[in-house]
Design a protein around this ligand. Structure first.
Ligand code: NAD
Length: 262
């Protein structure tokens, strides 16, 4: 495997994009620690992958939980080669003028805590171990890190912030640690929203026909699956195959190309 004997921590690996990356990493020979806030999802992963996966229950918004996931990687698997910041929430494309001021105040704090602070704290927890292994960080961004319309103001601003974080971390952590990101486009997952905006009870899959919307609005007219994007994480996590890449985002969303009128 291309990730034989490599160890990874992935946040939000319990479902969707993260779970697809866990599957590909294990297939390639890696051992993976998953930090997620839902115990049932962690149990399901450990049942599927056995000794190759360890679950840690916690929230990316807490430094101690990020540190715990990294400590488990070191203790159980002997070190850390790849840190993948992936856990995120979405604002269901709630527009500015459709949002109450109260929802914006509380929703900003909750969404930025998960999507931006979670990435910062994960990077802080993983960096000392990655420096030893000369490893890399990979963050999940989005078409919303480049283009409007993939979320509302909170989500789009947070994913653009993630883009800045990747550039800054790549600069600060060089030359020992490479820092890159993958930008997927819309996919049917369990992606939730801020509880403070009453958006935590449903997911992108139950709220809207996301697969159909992407198919009908994108140039390639396909319904992307998380598996379609997982390969880029393998490339960026491998020791040699992307050894020149840092500070970059692999935009696999296809959303930079408008649909051709016909
Ligand atoms: P998902 O909900 O299926 O997966 C996210 C996981 O993160 C879940 O298992 C959830 O329990 C976990 N999580 C959420 N908040 C957490 C917290 N505070 N602490 C720990 N774990 C937490 O959704 P997904 O679509 O797979 O999302 C993964 C990433 O992909 C996110 O960064 C998201 O912004 C990004 N993304 C999603 C889409 C899409 O359309 N689904 C498009 C582009 C980018």
């Amino acid at each position: 495997g291309r990730l034989q004997n490599r160890t990874a921590v992935i946040t939000g690996g319990g479902s969707g994009m993260g779970a697809a990356v866990v599957g590909r990493f294990v297939e390639e020979g890696a051992r993976v620690v998953v930090l997620d806030r839902v115990q049932d999802k962690l149990d399901a992963l450990e049942a599927s992958y056995g000794d190759a996966v360890r679950g840690v229950l916690g929230s990316v918004t807490e430094y101690a939980d990020n540190a715990q996931a990294c400590a488990v990687a070191q203790r159980e698997f002997g070190g850390l080669d790849v840190f993948i910041g992936n856990a995120g929430i979405w604002d269901f494309s709630r527009a500015l003028l459709d949002s109450t001021p109260e929802h914006l105040v509380a929703g900003f704090d909750e969404l930025f805590s998960v999507n931006v602070k979670g990435y910062v704290l994960g990077a802080r927890a993983a960096a000392p171990l990655l420096r030893e292994s000369r490893g890399s960080m990979i963050f999940t961004l989005s078409n919303a890190a480049f283009y409007p319309g993939g979320g509302g103001v909170l989500y789009t601003a947070a994913k653009h912030a993630g883009h800045g974080l990747v550039r800054q971390l790549a600069y600060e952590l060089a030359p020992e640690i490479r820092v890159n990101a993958v930008a997927p486009g819309g996919m049917a997952t369990d992606l939730r929203g801020p509880a403070a905006m009453d958006l935590s009870g449903e997911s992108i899959s139950t709220a809207i026909p996301i697969g159909q919307i992407v198919r009908e609005n994108s140039a390639l007219e396909i319904e992307p699956l998380p598996e379609d994007y997982a390969e880029a994480y393998v490339l960026l996590g491998a020791a040699r195959e992307s050894r020149t890449a840092t500070g970059t985002v692999i935009d696999l969303s296809g959303f930079g190309t408008p649909r051709r009128p016909r």
